[in-house]
Design a binder for this molecule. Structure first.
Ligand code: NAD
Ligand code: AHE
Ligand code: ZN
Length: 369
């Protein structure tokens, strides 16, 4: 079938809107009509050419919501008409990772996903006979996409897809990192670096977890009003200080914060985020994605003296079992998504959505088909 899509032909170039060919779902696969998709910094990161797994040409996009159009042979958990959120972190429920009870990382389709193909090693996307890669197992920048059954969370049909699509990445990642990775407890002090959709969702999650102090940090002060609205108690710009920023935070918090979150993708900020943690117990959670070849560093003494460095992917959330609950929380008014949608536009304006993200003007742009 034909599908309107945005093609990433090569790194650093604008996406091209074109009508591509999409093959129907094979064994264990599902054809999904994407209704709405957000644009996440990770899409921009991959398009920039800094992603070691970035492949071109490809169909990017991983923050979508859609409707099942057709299921392939062997698919049992979904039927046409079901509303779904594609998952870049699958949940097969059977692999060593799923069975461990220790992680949301599932190994069932991850290897082929990283190579831009379906689990059978082939692509369902092409243009004039030329193969186009899948991306993150989701490729939500095509109106019709093919996704493994294990990479789809079935959600309430009542939920507006042009809002809950953001649970496909940004909002779940931030709230989940607070709940599952850090396990922030009432009264804890928290520092959040980067006030994009991810950091703002950490702020929201920390507020829901009843943290006593939530310090929002960004070099763009335009982000602070929304951060305060979501529960930030302090908003600070590192550029306003002429001494090491970790010292500023340690002084502000009687020895350091209980938890910090890096939501930018800067290895320098990752170090600051670790070193602003309290001696003996402070934990720093890396969420931001850094470019190929970049490495983190600190004095090992920082860890010897009790600080902990952790990372979080999709907020530690198991998508098929837990994401429907996040959707219900939104529907019940317990999670704010609406205010994260600062811009909405048609899919063909996708390059403008990337510009808004780069220029710090949008928290999230939601594209509809
Ligand atoms: P974004 O571009 O919307 O927001 C980033 C924010 O960081 C901006 O407000 C920017 O002003 C601020 N910033 C940039 N440099 C800074 C600095 N030196 N100090 C303080 N603030 C600074 O991005 P986003 O969509 O919120 O994504 C944030 C990061 O999280 C990206 O690296 C993205 O790839 C990553 N991410 C990771 C996961 C995961 O599962 N681990 C999920 C989603 C996104
Ligand atoms: N491909 C990159 C890593 C990218 C990365 O870390 N992705 C995050 C999700 S970002 C969503 O916006 C993630 O979940 N990683 C775990 C995984 O299995 O991909 C690289 O460095 O190779
Ligand atoms: Zn994302």
């Amino acid at each position: 079938m034909k599908s309107r899509a945005a093609i990433a032909w090569e790194a650093g170039k604008p996406l091209e809107i074109a009508e591509i060919d999409v093959e129907g779902p094979k064994e264990g696969e599902v054809l999904v009509r994407i209704v709405a998709t957000g644009v996440c910094h990770t899409d921009a990161f991959t398009l920039s050419g800094k992603d070691p797994e970035g492949l071109f040409p490809s169909i990017l996009g991983h923050e979508g919501g859609g409707v099942v159009e057709e299921v392939g042979p062997g698919v049992t958990s979904l039927s046409p008409g079901d509303h779904v959120i594609p998952l870049y972190t699958a949940e097969c429920g059977k692999c060593k990772f799923c069975l461990s009870g220790k992680t949301n990382l599932c190994s069932s389709v991850r290897a082929t996903q990283g190579k831009g193909v379906m689990p059978d090693g082939t692509s369902r996307f092409s243009l004039n006979g030329k193969k186009l890669h899948h991306y993150m197992g989701t490729s939500t920048f095509s109106e019709y996409t093919v996704v493994p059954e294990v990479s789809l969370a079935k959600i309430s049909k009542e939920a507006p897809l042009d809002k809950v699509c953001l649970l496909g990445c940004g909002i779940t990642t931030g709230i989940g990192a607070v709940r599952n990775t850090a396990k922030v407890e009432p009264g804890a002090t928290v520092a959040v670096f980067g006030m994009g959709a991810i950091g703002l969702s950490v702020v929201q999650g920390a507020h829901l977890a009843k943290a006593s102090r939530i310090i929002a940090i960004d070099i763009n002060p335009d982000k602070f009003e929304f951060a305060r609205q979501l529960g930030a108690t302090d908003c600070i710009n590192p550029n306003d200080y002429d001494r090491p920023f970790q010292e500023v935070l340690v002084d502000m918090t009687d020895g350091g914060v209980d938890y910090s979150f890096e939501c930018i993708g800067s290895v320098n900020v990752m170090r600051t985020a670790l070193e602003c943690c309290h001696k003996g117990w402070g934990e720093s959670i890396i969420i931001g994605v850094a470019g190929a070849g970049e490495e983190i560093s600190t004095r090992p003494f920082q860890l010897v003296t009790g600080r902990v460095w952790k990372g979080s992917a999709f907020g530690g959330v198991k998508g098929r079992t837990e994401l429907p609950g996040y959707v219900d929380d939104y529907m019940n008014g317990n999670i704010n998504i609406d205010d994260f949608v600062t811009h909405t536009m048609k899919h063909e304006e996708i390059n403008e959505a990337f510009r808004l993200l780069h220029d710090g003007e949008a928290i999230r742009t939601v594209l509809t088909y």
